[in-house]
Write a protein that binds this ligand. Structure first.
Ligand SMILES: Nc1ncnc2c1ncn2[C@@H]1O[C@H](COP(=O)(O)OP(=O)(O)OP(=O)(O)O)[C@@H](O)[C@H]1O
Length: 633
């Protein structure tokens, strides 16, 4: 095949544009990205060579080379890793595989990100970072095991296109050749490269080497100097997770986190330990400080990188962590697993089960400590990952109490934005309060002003405000905390405001019957309310039904749900209800009265955040009523 011009996918152009025009203050990160790719490529080759030794092509020493050509103004990053076929090069270097691209670009635009490499790193557009320092990039690559004549050369100057051509390459692997821009020529200097490698890639497992020329006195003529070129390794290469804690600085921990997570911000917490005994392993885990943009997408990869005897076996070993801890990043190394372990085998491997249990405990313990020792940091962390952590209540029966200890909620007694734990709530409960009250809703403001809280306000009872979509399921599943049951403010019968309830039931019995008859297709029951103080009516769900927010969520996902037992609650102390009772006494068959019942029901729907059944009819009836009532003065 001959040279072939290709057009970049639109999102690549956008990223390139961003790289070239907006992200310049941290441009040295390009090297870290290219070294990281080279190291990944060697990991793959090394792993594949375990089963097919010929792929090592002579068992050469794995390494990443930096080659400087000052005359040509180029810097080459060379690896002897897995390499790429022509198709792989098109796929990897012409598109962006992540399905969240569009959302990501929107995020960048909406945040007016002009100098924010954190986001780029998260997104894994590493290779394109080369264009921050180069105006032309040439990639020469050959797949391990392929014929030397079947290599390919990819080239682009970021003008929206790239070319692909066949070429020859004696050694397997990839050369990324950067034609440096005028203002990036310092990247040809040894000291500069050494500094960048040390700062960002010191822990890379493979040597990052460069030919360094030094002059030394000529032994034959002391007046003269001779130059000597030697290959020097710039990185210390220590597998940080195998080192002693005392030997590692906070910066080293942070840099390694950035390497494994592709995040550019420091982690919130680092967990580093070695387990000895029947199962031996080392773990270096991190709790990130910010939620990755793609954590809710299907593309999101779960689990730490798995090493077995210093060989990277897989990037993300999901069998090592429960899904509700999927935000945790890091590395686990065990010598108790076979090198050729597959994902399937890992799923029910005893060693993995032991490691998973230990990691889960360590992470939950760390969160508990963080909550105790640094409430502010924990609150911040919870804001990012609490929604995910609480899934554990549903999925991890054994640890649900431990996870419940970690939950935080706003309440009617906390300042906006401040959260409380369940234990603190219980501590504040007056002695005669038996249950933990909570209300679910979309946000605090609308939830707090809803009629469901009227009696709680009047009696000064604290109610937890839950605004995550899954809260209702989580709390129903949990049932109780420290032997105190949960009671929803919007579900079931409440007896808080029930003075003279029995009397009222009798007094309003006939009117309630009429309402029930009128609304028989809409509600299962009409009853005197134990929760209303200012509003005339509200709709409540049955004790064991899902709350309306959940019902809507399931319906939006196209799921049919069994019809819940909706109940219309009526406030007997409201003027309107008293007037309706009078009207009923005067004419129990009044058509007007029936109309009012319908209007009341629609109003209850509105209060719940729903639409009236027939908005046009509702508006008309309301206007009519207003016309009757509007008077001057
Ligand atoms: N030196 C290399 N050898 C082999 N393949 C490479 C090399 N550099 C890049 N690639 C291929 O190009 C792809 C894109 O690289 P890029 O750095 O843009 O993203 P990534 O590495 O996939 O994402 P992330 O940075 O999140 O890991 C890689 O996944 C890999 O398939």
């Amino acid at each position: 095949m001959t040279a072939n011009k290709h057009v970049f996918k639109a999102e690549v152009n956008k990223i390139l544009d961003l790289m070239i025009h907006s992200l310049y203050s941290h441009k040295e990160i390009f090297l870290r990205e290219l070294i990281s790719n080279a190291s990944d490529a060697i990991d793959k080759a090394r792993y594949e060579a375990l089963t097919d030794a010929s792929l090592a092509e002579g068992g050469e020493e794995w390494k990443i080379q930096l080659i400087v050509d000052k005359e040509a103004g180029t810097l080459t990053v060379r690896d002897n890793g897995i390499g790429m076929t022509r198709d792989e090069a098109v796929e990897a270097l012409g598109t962006i595989a992540h399905s969240g691209t569009k959302e990501f670009m929107n995020l960048l635009e909406s945040r007016k990100v002009t100098d924010n490499p954190e986001l780029i790193g998260q997104f894994g557009v590493g290779f394109y970072a080369a264009f921050m320092v180069a105006d032309r990039v040439r990639v020469v690559t050959r797949k391990a095991g392929a014929d030397p004549a079947h290599a390919v050369v990819w080239e682009s100057d970021a003008d929206g296109t790239y070319t692909l051509d066949d070429t020859e390459k004696a050694s397997k692997g990839t050369d990324v050749i950067l034609h440096l821009k005028e203002d990036s020529k310092e990247c040809l200097e040894e000291w500069q490269l050494r500094k960048i490698v040390k700062q960002y890639s010191d822990f890379i497992e493979y040597p990052v080497v460069m030919d360094v020329t030094r002059s030394k006195p000529d032994p034959e003529d002391k007046e003269k100097t001779i130059s000597e070129t030697k290959e020097e390794t710039f990185n210390s290469r220590k597998a940080i997770w195998l080192k002693d804690k005392a030997e590692i600085t906070a910066e080293e921990y942070n840099e390694f986190y950035k390497h494994v997570s592709h995040d550019f911000t420091n982690p919130a917490r680092t967990i580093h330990y070695r387990a000895e005994g029947t199962t031996e392993f080392s773990a270096l885990l991190y709790l990130p400080s910010a939620r990755p943009f793609d954590i809710y997408t299907q593309d999101y990869k779960i689990g730490p990188t798995l090493y077995v005897r210093r060989v990277q076996i897989m990037d993300h070993c999901e069998a090592m962590l429960p899904p509700y801890l999927r935000f945790v990043k890091g590395v686990v190394e065990s010598s108790d697993l076979p090198l050729n372990v597959s994902r399937e085998v890992l799923q029910d491997n005893k060693v993995v089960t032991v490691i998973k249990k230990s990691l889960t405990k360590k992470i939950l313990d760390t969160l508990a400590d963080m909550k105790k020792e640094d409430a502010e940091a924990y609150g911040k962390f919870y804001g990012e990952f609490g929604r995910i952590l609480k899934e554990g209540i549903h999925h991890d029966f054994e640890r649900r109490e431990t996870i419940a200890d970690l939950l935080l909620f706003e309440s009617t007694k906390t300042e906006a934005g401040k959260k409380t734990t369940l234990a603190e709530y219980i501590e504040r409960m007056p002695e005669d309060q038996k249950e933990i009250y909570y209300i679910t809703g979309v946000d605090r403001a609308s939830t707090e002003s809803s009629p469901y809280l009227e009696v709680f306000k009047e009696k000064d009872i604290e109610v937890l405000i839950m605004t995550d979509d899954i809260d209702d399921i989580i709390i129903s599943g949990l049932g109780a905390y420290k032997e105190k049951e949960f009671q929803s403010a919007i579900k079931g019968d409440l007896d808080l405001g029930a003075e003279n309830k029995e009397e009222k039931k009798k007094e309003f019995g006939d009117l309630l019957e009429l309402m029930k008859e009128e609304l028989k297709d809409q509600v299962a029951e009409v009853r005197i309310s134990g929760r209303l103080k200012d509003s005339a009516v509200c709709l409540v769900a049955g004790e064991h039904d899902l709350d309306p927010k959940m019902v809507k969520m399931f319906q939006a996902m196209g799921q049919e749900l069994p019809k819940g037992q909706r109940v219309l609650e009526v406030n007997p102390d409201h003027q309107l209800i008293a007037r309706m009772k009078e009207l009923f006494a005067a004419d129990s068959k009044s058509e007007k009265l029936k109309g009012y019942v319908g209007l009341l029901f629609d109003q209850a729907l509105l209060l719940e955040g729903d639409m009236p059944r027939d908005p046009v009819a509702f508006a008309k009836a309301l206007s009519k009523l207003m016309a009757e009532g509007v008077s001057v003065g």
